[in-house]
Design a protein around this ligand. Structure first.
Ligand code: GAL
Length: 817
């Protein structure tokens, strides 16, 4: 898989070669598409008139524009894994968006001239779902699973003299998902042409069998395809470091239809890790004499890792525990349509939190996410399925399992096995087959397939049926036993596990709404409020889940626990537990970060634990409570200091110190809590100290006055004028002194002018039914986020936000080439 950067380089290279030597060409099919919803019996026919269809760009999510409606994909279900005893009506389970049904895409395809042995291949990074691909009226491919990548060789179906018509029919069934899956060609479509001998799609496999500080062995297997009878081929590969310097090289004889294995030694390799994500590239050329037939790049990293009995996980010889989050694939207000800048934005926020790992729950990720994880330093658990043979939802993956599971696993592994970020494969999440006597045999079969395609990485899965996992034996089959929500049972599990370690494959599922604080402050399971929100004191959880502190304590106290993947990093569309039955509510409350990518309080609880290199001192709640005067209003501080002193209007409320390991209440180990503070308007201020008594930071929150103006803030002022780059702009409703008005709900209207356009807006409120694509929205708890997209030309981008009764907010961005 070529990264966009490498792709450009490859294209430039191709462009500079004389026509006769022109080799591989890769094009993203982003423009020129027409789209319609609803079935079109003749939609595949070249002569079909699609003039009335909508012009769209790919990636495209046909349902994200809404409107939201609780009747979309209503599901009458008993969610067994949530312990439900009766089926009830769930309205927002898949986000309340209109993604069900058929959609058609069409486009003319200009294919570069193919010489002898030339091939044209279409590569779909993912198509949601039940994709039927037609070329010139003929069905050339069917791929049901909407999350997987697949390719099709269209050479035999091309018209010698064009034009060629590409059509894709997609169909989303009702009750097929437990979250919003998106709809349409939501990931990229590539046209790849090669001439003569070439490397097929995902045709290289690179491993690093020996790694030390002094040297590394790199093995590269390259598949070569060529017209029958081709002889005299050579494969020349240069390994280059990040600066482009050649660090090792090999030249081998190549035979058509065979795999060439090349071995290299890299001296003093720069090792890949989340902290030092050093990348290399294997730059291969297939030569016939001196003529280049194909040029193919395989980005890679050099690192070693081990999972060892009693010692757990180590990367490059250093023991570490996973500081991971699970994420669904949607990008909040942008829906599921992939955008690299949006992914980078998410990862940047996670990086600052100290997160070092991602679980792509519960399906194959976009290739761009894997490239970014390589580049930015995240270890990835690449996951495949939410179901095997036994359904969780009526029309889920179980219907395809028998026929498709092997093909789906093979494509997943082949696409992603060269990424240094990919650290383990997950064959499933909470599959009900755990409770079947057949479960272990299925697990073994899937694990064996994955091992066959990639013997270098272990296989895991998220298990939630603790009793059955041992009774039927699935827990003993997996390379890495992953438990969802079982920290209390780790000590019991380890006694029964032959592996000698275990992983918190899914943890916490604490629920909260950004900026919402409920009183009295208390630990509560499945708590519901009339406003469909959850409290941001981070004490509310589900019948099957916990507050973060319980997992923290287990991870800190048990050496064989290898870390955790928190449910979830970001809020996502659908699964609005605890309000699955109460519309309006279209998105989750589980996120550490809200749907519009604003950190909730919990972000700082994790940051304090996971990012030791930066001081974290965070206070909650806000301090604007007209009507609460004289009432107990607890104050929490999330900090990586060991103690802190709190002041209310300058008066000390005493110093709190974190409890030592072994404390009966795990909260006291990870949060500083002043539970008896009485609210008076003014300010709260905290001063935090490290173990030596040195101040590490302070934070003060003041009572806000009346809303006065809008302030716009961004951390991405310089955009790339590529038509894709995004700036996330936080709009804050502030009082005259610049304090956030934490209950403001003003409707903010945006205008974007110059070298950019308005793209979407979100406020992180799961109950909000305003469209993400209209440039106006009500602030939620005083804030919202507008997303502005760069155009194709350089220049200034002016963003203005206005609201009745408030002074405008303005911000200028610069889009450059
Ligand atoms: C888990 C499941 C996740 C999500 C989560 C919510 O059981 O694996 O997909 O549903 O619960 O807490």
């Amino acid at each position: 898989m070529l990264s966009p950067k490498h792709l450009t380089a490859a294209l430039l290279l191709a462009a500079s070669l004389p026509a006769a030597a022109q080799t591989r060409q890769e094009t993203l099919l982003t423009s020129g598409w027409k789209f319609t919803k609803g079935d079109q019996p003749d939609g595949a026919k070249p002569e079909f008139n699609d003039a009335k269809w909508q012009a769209v760009r790919i990636p495209h999510d046909w349902a994200i524009t809404g409107p939201f409606d609780g009747r979309n994909d209503q599901q009458v279900v008993k969610i067994e894994q949530n312990g439900e005893k009766e089926a009830t009506m769930k309205s927002g389970r898949t986000g309340g968006l209109p993604f069900i049904g058929v959609g058609w895409y069409r486009r003319q395809l200009a294919v570069p001239a193919l010489g002898k042995g030339g091939r044209a291949v279409l590569l779909f990074d993912g198509a949601m779902s039940n994709a039927r691909v037609y070329l010139n009226g003929k069905e050339v491919m069917f791929w049901p699973y909407g999350y997987n990548s697949f390719s099709v060789d269209i050479t035999p179906h091309l018209r010698a003299k064009g034009p060629n018509t590409l059509a894709v029919r997609l169909e989303n069934q009702t009750e097929a998902s437990r979250w919003y899956p998106g709809a349409g060609l939501y990931r990229n479509v590539h046209l790849i042409t090669t001439q003569g001998a070439h490397v097929p799609v995902w045709g290289t496999y690179l491993t690093t069998p020996e790694v030390s500080a002094a040297s590394a062995t790199v093995k590269l297997k390259t598949k070569i395809e060529a017209p029958a009878g081709t002889t005299g081929l050579t494969l020349k590969t240069d390994l280059r470091d990040a600066k482009g310097q050649v660090v090792a090289t090999a030249t081998s004889k190549a035979t058509a239809g065979q795999e060439v294995e090349q071995t290299f030694t890299v001296k003093s390799p720069k090792l890949w890790s989340p902290e030092t994500p050093a990348m290399y590239v294997a730059d291969s050329k297939i030569l016939s004499g001196s003529a280049v037939q194909d040029a193919y790049k395989t980005p890679f990293g050099i690192r070693s890792f081990k999972f060892e009995k009693e010692k757990g996980f180590s990367l490059n010889g250093q023991p570490r525990k996973f500081k991971g989050v699970c994420n669904h694939h949607d990008l909040g207000p942008l829906g599921t349509a992939i955008n690299v800048a949006a992914l980078r934005h998410q990862l940047t926020i996670l990086k600052d939190m100290g997160c070092d790992a991602i679980r792509t729950s519960h399906n194959m990720p976009a290739p761009e996410l894997m490239q970014l994880c390589d580049e930015m330093g995240f270890m990835v658990m690449v996951e495949s399925f939410d179901e095997w043979k036994t359904p969780k939802v009526k029309n889920g993956y179980s219907q395809y399992f028998d026929q498709w599971v092997e093909k789906d696993l093979v494509n997943m592994v082949h696409r992603d096995r060269n990424h240094p970020s990919a650290i383990m494969w997950s064959i499933g999440n909470e599959v009900p087959d755990q409770s079947s006597p057949n479960g272990p045999a299925i697990a073994k079969r899937l694990q064996d397939i994955v091992h066959r395609e990639d013997p270098t990485r272990p296989v895991t899965m998220g298990m939630d049926r603790y009793g059955d996992d041992f009774k039927y034996g699935i827990a003993a089959v997996l390379d890495i036993p992953g438990f969802n929500y079982k920290p209390m049972l780790y000590p019991d599990a380890i006694k029964k596990l032959p592996q000698g370690f275990l992983l918190g494959s899914e943890t916490a599922s604490t629920v909260s709404s950004r900026g919402v604080y409920k009183f009295p402050v208390e630990l509560a399971k499945n708590k519901q409020y009339p406003d469909n929100q959850s409290s941001s004191y981070d004490l509310e959880y589900c019948p099957w889940s916990q507050i973060p502190d319980i997992e923290f304590a287990a991870q800190d106290d048990l050496p064989y626990a290898m870390g955790e993947f928190v449910w979830t990093g970001f809020d996502y569309l659908g699964e609005p537990t605890p309000y699955d039955e109460k519309w309006p509510s279209h998105s989750s409350y589980f996120g550490i970060i809200d749907l519009a990518s604003q950190p909730k309080d919990r972000y700082y609880l994790y940051r304090a634990r996971w990012n030791p290199s930066q001081p974290t001192v965070h206070l909650l709640p806000h301090w604007t409570w007209p009507g609460r005067e004289g009432q107990v209003t607890p104050v929490f501080c999330y900090t990586n200091g060991t103690s802190a002193e709190l002041f209310v209007n300058g008066k000390s409320q005493g110093r709190q110190t974190k409890a030592a390991a072994g404390a009966a209440d795990p909260q006291t180990r990870y949060r500083l809590q002043w539970k008896d503070v009485v609210y008076q308007p003014g300010s709260i201020k905290v001063v935090a100290y490290d173990a030596q008594g040195k101040t590490i930071g302070t934070e003060e929150i003041r009572t806000a006055g009346a809303p006065h103006h809008i302030k716009l803030v961004t951390d991405h002022q310089k955009l790339t004028a590529d038509g894709q780059d995004l700036a996330y702009i936080t709009a804050r409703v502030e009082d005259a002194q610049g304090n956030l008005c934490p209950e403001a709900t003003n409707e903010l209207r945006f205008t974007v002018s110059g070298a950019g356009t308005f793209r979407a807006v979100g406020n992180g409120d799961a109950t909000n039914l305003e469209a993400f694509q209209t440039p106006q929205m009500h602030a939620f708890k005083g804030q919202l986020v507008a997303i502005v997209q760069a155009g194709g030309t350089a220049g200034a981008v002016k963003v203005k936000a206005s609201a009745t009764g408030l002074k405008d907010g303005e911000l200028q961005l610069v889009a450059g080439k």
